[in-house]
Ligand binder design. Structure first.
Ligand code: GSY
Length: 171
């Protein structure tokens, strides 16, 4: 079984609903098991900053799929939820990024793992640190990098504390 971490973000429409729909769509994939979902963080936009704040979460899944197939699942969920690709760093109804696939380094035409910008982004690392096992390498690295960040200055605040997948999907 492969262990995969995803980062999900949204800054258009009913942001919490968008996250729930994305998790629901992942759970409906027979080859994917959602094992952990982080709390929801509200985060100031990075990249193109003249846009609304995002809600961001991290998700852990177990899967038999290879990385390329997970990418296809993520893209199909983005399309299903109505993502329109207008502007590279612009507003989006949903964005699913693969952060890590086991401990593998993967580089193909359309996929780089670990995600090339994940270690520069507090909006990725804060939720990731929350769900990664506290005795593991992912948690250790996220914690180490986050020590150099001023989380508040990075514009990352806890929006809703979530303790289980069931709680995340409620309402
Ligand atoms: O890379 C994912 C999309 N995205 C985000 C995001 O999810 N959160 C924040 N805070 N800023 C972002 N800029 C982009 S692009």
């Amino acid at each position: 079984m492969n262990e995969v971490y995803l980062s999900i973000g949204t800054n258009i429409g009913e942001r919490e609903k968008n996250l729930q729909r994305a998790i629901q769509a992942l759970m409906e994939q027979s080859a994917v098991q959602v094992t952990h979902v982080s709390s929801i963080y509200e985060t100031a936009a990075v990249g193109y900053t003249e846009q609304a704040d995002f809600l961001n979460i991290a998700v852990a899944v177990e899967t038999t799929l290879i990385a390329q197939e997970i990418l296809e699942v993520c893209q199909s969920i983005e399309n299903e939820l109505g993502r329109v690709r207008e502007m590279r760093w612009g507003p989006r109804i949903i964005d699913l990024d693969i952060l890590l696939y086991n401990q593998e380094n993967i580089e193909t035409e359309n996929l780089i793992i670990p995600h090339p910008r994940m270690f520069e982004r507090a909006f990725v690392l804060v939720p990731l640190q929350e769900i990664a096992p506290s005795n593991g390498k992912v948690h250790e690295k996220a914690t180490h990098i986050l020590q150099a960040f001023d989380i508040e200055q990075e514009g990352v605040t806890l929006w809703k504390k979530v303790d289980s997948i069931e709680e995340f999907m409620r309402n």
